[in-house]
Write a protein that binds this ligand. Structure first.
Ligand code: AKG
Ligand code: FE2
Length: 178
């Protein structure tokens, strides 16, 4: 978190106040062998809703991230952690950081695929979030409106996972703010 604040040039107390460490959740994923991997997916394309995700994947592979219009394999490296930027970081950084769209193929290998993710989310569900005031200026107005985490998660879970939903939900510049 301190590195993030340094990168953004904002006071580290600003992120501490948001209690993202306390709102962390760990999830274990188990992808069983899929005999017809061309007919389905492991996890459909999505961005993670929180601030950051730390992910440990095993050696089977299958995780991809979207770079521009291209899907790129995230090759498993023993002992390496994958850090994903989530939607909330994109919002509070006023688009300085972009959340990453990713997906997982169905597991074609006979052995199950296992991954562990730690999601850093807000623990304070009712406070209002939006771009940090230090990052807003006449040259760079707020790209997102204010919202509570409860509102954001309700919208996240009532939409199907379909690529990047954040722009459609809260982005002021896209013309589709709901
Ligand atoms: O299993 C993986 O490698 C990715 C899991 C994931 O994207 C998620 O839990 O949000
Ligand atoms: Fe994810």
């Amino acid at each position: 978190m301190e590195l993030l604040c340094e990168g953004l040039g904002v006071d580290k107390e600003r992120l501490k106040e948001m209690n993202f460490q306390e709102g962390r959740t760990m999830v274990a994923h188990y992808y069983p062998y899929c005999p017809q991997p061309d007919l389905t997916v492991g996890i459909a394309s999505h961005t993670d809703p929180g601030v950051l995700t730390i992910l440990l994947q095993d050696q089977r592979g299958g995780l991809q991230v979207k770079r521009g219009e291209e899907w790129v394999d995230v090759k498993p490296v023993p002992g390496a952690l994958v850090i994903n930027i989530g939607d909330i970081l994109q919002i509070i950084s006023n688009d300085e950081y972009k959340s990453v769209e990713h997906r997982v193929f169905a597991n074609a290998s006979r052995e199950p695929r296992i991954s562990f993710a730690v999601f850093f989310n807000s623990s304070d569900r009712d406070s209002l979030y939006g771009p940090l005031s230090d990052l807003i200026s006449p040259e760079k107005p707020a790209h997102f409106r204010q919202f509570s985490y409860t509102e954001y998660m309700r919208r996240f879970f009532t939409k199907e996972l379909d690529g990047k939903i954040l722009g459609k939900l809260l982005h002021r510049l896209s013309g589709t703010t709901e």
